[in-house]
Design a binder for this molecule. Structure first.
Ligand SMILES: CC(=O)SCCNC(=O)CCNC(=O)[C@H](O)C(C)(C)COP(=O)(O)OP(=O)(O)OC[C@H]1O[C@@H](n2cnc3c(N)ncnc32)[C@H](O)[C@@H]1OP(=O)(O)O
Ligand SMILES: CC(C)C(=O)C(=O)O
Length: 522
């Protein structure tokens, strides 16, 4: 395969380099599922495995080779006849396929690992490429650890591999050692010094040991490399490989600057990333570029306001472009009024339904306690609007409750009742009961009876808001009140105070009526 000058080929090695580093191996069915997803994503070449390594890998490379329609299947082989033959056997049912053979070229690897001379390694490389060419025209040769290889020897290797028939020559930064300028320099030197370089596509395969895999791949592409080897979510040996989604979105987002194209259908990125993450049991960090849970979410008021006014203030690409439905505006204590209003509008509330400042203050208090505030929290705040009792007759000033195994539950409560402050303490069969007993004792000769108490969780998880609903019997009538808090005891006490205020208001109305009747009767 040859590359257009302005097109970068995507060689995905999720199933080979990525799979090497998994905590548990993938089943053949899972590998096929990933291969088909990669094809749908628009990957040009899929490295499906290392056929000589095990019967299982051989079989799964074979199945993938039989199943792909547009992507070219590829297998990896050391510069050894048996590896190359296994590769060819696994791939040969495909109408076209690539054999990828490699040998290390850095002094460290040649001397310490291969224990051969440079001349022997060149000879092995040439023999391997020629051997692979017996089975296919599409042969890729890699100079393992090229990033740490002396440039003169690297030029010699690349020239020899191309002469032997390699149509793609890959320059791996196997241990992620180089910096972008250095790596760009290596690629530039190869283009300047290798006489037959135009007869092959130059590829790069960068590892992420220093977090530079994507930067190094981009630097190489800017110097003329036209194939990038990458993996979904950047998985791979040690710190992983160049992340496909990142390099693809760089090419797309900065197209006018780079003038390069690729076949990747970016709207498939999110789906493919999730599939690989799930099947490989490799969670994606939230702040990972492109596919992290936070990649298209905004959490601070100034950003949220900006994005609501014009999305491109804080988004250089749209979530839709990578297959994500829409951005997320997280409600936290760093959020501002604009986003609260926006979210309430989305939830169907009109600005006349609430007082924004009041809701915002309640939201901040909750956000400081909870961190993230969800839609259901916001609706609960709006609906129950605890603030309306701020000037009420009964107000909660202090609450402390204790309970536990082998502990007698007790509570201390301070209330403002009219103009007076009153405190009380009591025990109960639980902390809520103790707090209720403390309050009811403080009421003196006002006789109330709790006839119903219901506890509900507003939201999911252990940090959900507690919502308590209390029905009180007072003067043969029933009164209802609701309380909402992150703390169950506080929610209960708030509900009781709410309902006590209702009884107080009822008394006032009765008193007013009696007075009116007296005036009318006089
Ligand atoms: C940079 C990379 O990611 S390269 C790919 C790495 N991936 C893998 O290794 C996964 C698949 N590997 C395997 O299943 C096994 O390692 C096998 C089947 C390939 C080999 O297994 P074994 O024969 O038991 O050898 P082992 O893995 O212990 O050692 C590797 C041997 O290959 C040699 N070797 C390493 N690379 C090459 C190469 N490119 N060409 C020829 N020989 C090589 C080593 O020098 C060593 O040889 P020695 O036994 O003469 O010392
Ligand atoms: C086999 C080669 C391409 C490799 O995986 C590496 O050098 O990291």
């Amino acid at each position: 395969m040859t590359a257009d000058t302005d097109r970068v080929l995507f060689f995905d090695t999720t199933l080979r380099d990525g799979e090497q580093a998994l905590p548990a191996s993938l089943s053949a069915k899972e590998k096929l599922q990933i291969a088909l997803a990669l094809e749908r994503l628009g990957v040009d070449i899929i490295e499906a495995g290392f056929p000589v390594s095990s019967p299982g890998d051989f079989a799964s490379v074979k199945t993938i080779a039989q199943s792909l329609r547009t992507a070219i299947p590829c297998g990896l082989a050391r510069a050894l006849p048996a590896d190359i033959e296994a590769c060819s056997d696994a791939l040969k049912s495909a109408s076209r396929f690539r054999i990828h053979t490699f040998i290390a070229t850095s002094d460290i690897h040649v001397n310490a690992k291969l224990r051969k001379s440079q001349q022997q390694v060149v000879e092995m490389a040439v023999a391997a490429v020629k051997h692979a060419r017996r089975y296919t025209d599409d042969v890729e040769f890699s100079c393992e650890d090229a990033g740490r290889t002396h440039i003169d020897y690297l030029c010699r290797m690349v020239e020899a591999a191309i002469n032997a028939g390699a149509s793609t020559v890959n320059i791996p930064d196997t241990v992620g050692y180089t910096t972008p300028t250095e790596f760009a320099g290596i690629i530039e030197s190869l283009f300047n010094r290798v006489p037959n370089i135009d007869n092959a596509v130059i590829s790069v395969h960068c590892h992420n040991d220093l977090g530079l895999a994507v930067a190094n791949s981009l630097a190489a592409v800017e110097k003329g490399a036209r194939q990038v080897e990458c993996t979904i979510n950047g998985i791979g040996e040690r710190a992983g490989n160049c992340a496909l989604e990142e390099i693809a979105m760089i090419l797309k987002t900065r197209q006018s600057h780079l003038n390069l194209e690729c076949n990747i259908r970016s709207t498939e990125i999110s789906r493919t990333s999730k599939l690989v993450s799930q099947l490989c049991n490799m969670p994606v960090q939230a702040n990972k570029a492109i596919v992290g849970a936070n990649a298209f979410s905004h959490s601070s008021g100034i950003h949220q306001d900006g994005v609501l006014k014009a999305q491109n203030t804080y988004e250089i690409m749209t979530p839709e472009s990578v297959g994500i439905n829409k951005n997320l505006l997280n409600l936290t204590s760093r959020s501002g009024r604009h986003v609260i209003k926006h979210r309430l509008t989305e939830l169907g509330y009109q600005s006349t339904d609430y007082d924004l400042d009041t809701i915002y203050q309640a939201f901040l208090q909750l956000a400081d306690k909870k961190g993230q505030v969800y839609d259901y929290d916001l609706e609960a705040l709006l609906f129950f609007d605890q603030q309306k009792h701020e000037q009420a007759y009964y107000q909660l000033l202090y609450l402390q409750a204790s309970s536990g195994r082998e502990v007698v539950p007790s509570a201390t409560v301070t209330l403002k009742i009219g103009e007076q402050e009153k405190s009380g303490a009591a025990i109960g069969n639980g902390p809520v009961d103790a707090a209720f007993n403390a309050i009811i004792t403080m009421l003196g000769n006002i006789e109330v009876e709790v006839v119903d108490f219901k506890l509900d969780s507003k939201g999911q998880g252990a940090d959900a808001l507690a919502q308590v609903s209390v029905i009180l019997s007072y003067k043969s009538r029933r009164f209802h009140g609701i309380g909402l808090a992150t703390d169950i005891v506080e929610a209960g006490v708030k509900a009781l105070i709410y309902v006590l205020n209702n009884t107080y208001v009822a008394d006032q109305i009765d008193h007013h009526k009696t007075q009116q009747e007296r005036i009318a009767g006089a």
